[in-house]
Structures are given as C-alpha cells and as structure tokens.
Design a protein around this ligand. Structure first.
Ligand SMILES: NC(=O)c1ccc[n+]([C@@H]2O[C@H](COP(=O)([O-])OP(=O)(O)OC[C@H]3O[C@@H](n4cnc5c(N)ncnc54)[C@H](OP(=O)(O)O)[C@@H]3O)[C@@H](O)[C@H]2O)c1
Length: 332
C-alpha cells in the first residue's frame, strides 16, 4: 500500500511511498480511504515535537472511506459500507480519563494518509449521510476533542457566554459550531477578520482579534467576560483568558500551541473561583455522542483546502503557517 510516511532524514520530513501492508486480523476491517484530514499532531510529528515518534510510520488520524475487506469474526460490517474512523485507541472504561494504553491512530500505528488502513472493527462508524467524503474525514479527531472539551469537561449550558479561541483551528471551528447548536452565546477570537466574519456568519455573536493588545479590556467592557472558554493555545495568553473569564467561570484547555505559560495569575484564579480544566480527545462514549449530535444538528465541518496526497508537503506547510480556516483535507 502507499501512504505519507514520516521520514525525518528527508528535507520535507515526509514522503509518499509504498510500504508493506499488514495482514488483516479476524476482528479487523480494511478501509479504502476516500479522504483523510490533517491535525496539528501530524505537523508536530513532522517537526519532531510529538512524544514517541518513529520514522517509517504513515501519519494521519482522520479518515473516511469504504470497507474493502472484513476479518473472519466481523459480522456487523460488510464490503462497500461507507464509514468514518474513530482514531482514539484503548481509551478504557473510565469516562473521566484515558487509560495508560491510550494511543491515537497515525503514530505509533499506521494512519489514514494512505490508500488503505486496517483498524479494529469497533473503530468504524457509519459515515454521516449529510457529509461529503472531505467533510466526513474532517470530523473525527477534532470533532471528538471539541465535543468532550465543551460538553463533558466544560458542561456547556445554553445560558453560557462562551469564548472559543483561535477560530481558524480544526478543533476550534467544531467547538464554535457545537456551542452555537447547544444554544449558548458564542464569541470567538482569531488573528484574522475574515475568519471572524466566517464565525459570525455561522451564528457567533462577535469576534475579538487576539493580536490586539487591548482585546481583553474590550471584551470585558462590551460583554462582561465569559462563563466558559475553550482554548488550544495556552502559553502566556492563558493569563489573558483568566482575566476575561467571569467570576465562577471555566477555562478548558485542550492544547498548548504556544507552550506553557511562564507565569500564572494564581490570585485571580482563586479570588474569582475559576475552574481550569484539561481535556484530551475523548472516550468511545464521547465519540458516539458527538456523532449523534452532528447527525441530529446536520453540522458541516469547515473544510479549508483539499490537496492530493502527492502534494502533502504543501498541505503540511499550510498547517504549520496557521493559514487555514478549518480542516486541511488530503485525498488519494
Ligand atoms: N488534547 C487533544 O486531544 C488535542 C486534540 C487536538 C488538538 N490538540 C492541540 O490543540 C492545538 C490546536 O489543534 P488543531 O488541530 O485545531 O490545530 P490547527 O488547526 O493547526 O490550529 C491552528 C489555529 O490555532 C490558532 N492560534 C494560533 N496561535 C494562536 C494564539 N496565539 N491564540 C489563539 N489561537 C491561536 C489560529 O487561529 P486563527 O487562525 O483564528 O488566528 C490557527 O488557525 C494544537 O496545539 C494541538 O496539538 C490537542
């Protein structure tokens, strides 16, 4: 089979090449990939900034496709079924936290940026019929992360004023769309006025440019701060979020694109009775709830650009530059 393999000996760190195919096991299914999507994780791997990475592995956690073959014990799927893949492996039984064995498809096991992938049959779900292949491939990892952060960890209420930071990001666009559908008053932050306009067109009330030094003061003056903040950037900006949270507010962190903060406004956290909560991807239960919600509300992932596998390096470079609005998709 052919896929986009991590190879840090090369100048672009990735290569579209032929690799030997694994044997299909009795409880597994083989999927012909119709579309796959990038997550920032893929780019962290390319930069060598993700733990436990090894060259020679096909990258990619998100994919949608058609069942090509089923193992001898698989009875609930048949050749030709249209599916999406849950990339979270071995979460375990505890809804609060993943097990020590937790893994994500696409490192250390082979991922979705390939013509075929073999996965356990319990990792596939019917492709939402209202979605194109490109949209369906965009959903799993980022949709799951956004859903758990908002619903399980953030305990979103319709009465909440919610801030989603960095709306252009893959997770953030889902968090904003889900929060809007949950009936909350949704605000976004972004470095781009076009992206803010896009959020407003989808039902967000307003956006703030996080590059403007006074955006926190502006938000506090205009609407008094936020009950719930969903953030994937962290870094020293976390202190701005602590400042713009309303007393009693919750800040859910699912990523640290900017790294760790050097200092932390501890006094403001305790005085304002804030909750700072961590969130990572999601359990099988979260995945099923997210998928049901997307099907019920007919939510469409925002697809930024679609690249053929042969142009994967351009797709990865676009993610590194942060130019995207939503998900970057690759097709075989
Ligand atoms: N814990 C988990 O399970 C999990 C799952 C998925 C992702 N993550 C992490 O979450 C982060 C986002 O992931 P992703 O896949 O959504 O990435 P992505 O699509 O590459 O997100 C890029 C977006 O980040 C936003 N951003 C950049 N600098 C920012 C800043 N200073 N403040 C606020 N937003 C900023 C930008 O938004 P604008 O263009 O609007 O400015 C940019 O478009 C990454 O660090 C990733 O590793 C964690």
């Amino acid at each position: 089979m052919k896929g986009i393999v991590l190879d840090r000996t090369l100048p672009g760190q990735i290569d579209f090449r032929e690799i030997p195919e694994n044997q299909l096991q009795a409880d597994q299914v083989k999927i012909r990939i119709k579309a796959a999507a990038l997550n920032h994780r893929d780019e962290w791997c390319r930069q060598g900034l993700y733990p436990n990475i090894s060259d020679g592995v096909i990258l990619g956690s998100d994919g949608a496709g058609v069942v090509e073959a089923v193992g001898s014990q698989v009875t609930n799927w048949k050749v030709g079924d249209e599916v999406i893949i849950n990339p979270a492996l071995f979460w375990g039984n505890d809804q609060r936290v993943q097990s020590r064995d937790f893994q994500i498809i696409g490192m250390p096991s082979h991922g979705t940026l390939a013509d075929f992938i073999i996965v356990s049959s319990d990792r596939i779900f019917p492709k939402p019929s209202h979605l194109s292949w490109e949209e369906a491939a965009s959903l799993p990892l980022a949709g799951l992360t956004a859903y758990r952060a908002l619903v399980y960890q953030g305990k979103i209420q319709a009465s909440d004023r919610v801030l989603i930071t960095g709306f252009g990001g893959g997770v953030a666009q889902f968090a904003a769309q889900f929060a809007i559908q949950k009936g909350a008053s949704v605000y976004v932050s972004s470095s781009s006025s076009e992206k803010i306009q896009k959020a407003e067109a989808l039902g967000a009330i307003k956006g703030f440019n996080y590059k403007e030094a006074n955006w926190v003061e502006k938000a506090l003056e205009e609407m008094g701060g936020f009950d719930l903040i969903i953030d994937g950037a962290s870094g020293d900006q976390l202190n701005q979020l602590i400042k713009v949270a309303r007393p009693g507010g919750r800040i859910v962190i699912y990523g640290a694109t900017l790294g760790n903060p050097k200092t932390m406004e501890a006094r403001r956290i305790f005085w304002n009775q804030l909750k700072i909560i961590g969130s990572t991807m999601g359990s099988d239960e979260d995945f099923k709830s997210m998928l049901d919600f997307v099907n019920q509300q007919k939510i469409h992932p925002l697809v930024d650009q679609v690249f053929p596998f042969e142009r994967a390096k351009e797709a990865f470079d676009r993610m590194r530059a942060g130019d995207q609005m939503g998900k970057i998709v690759l097709i075989p």
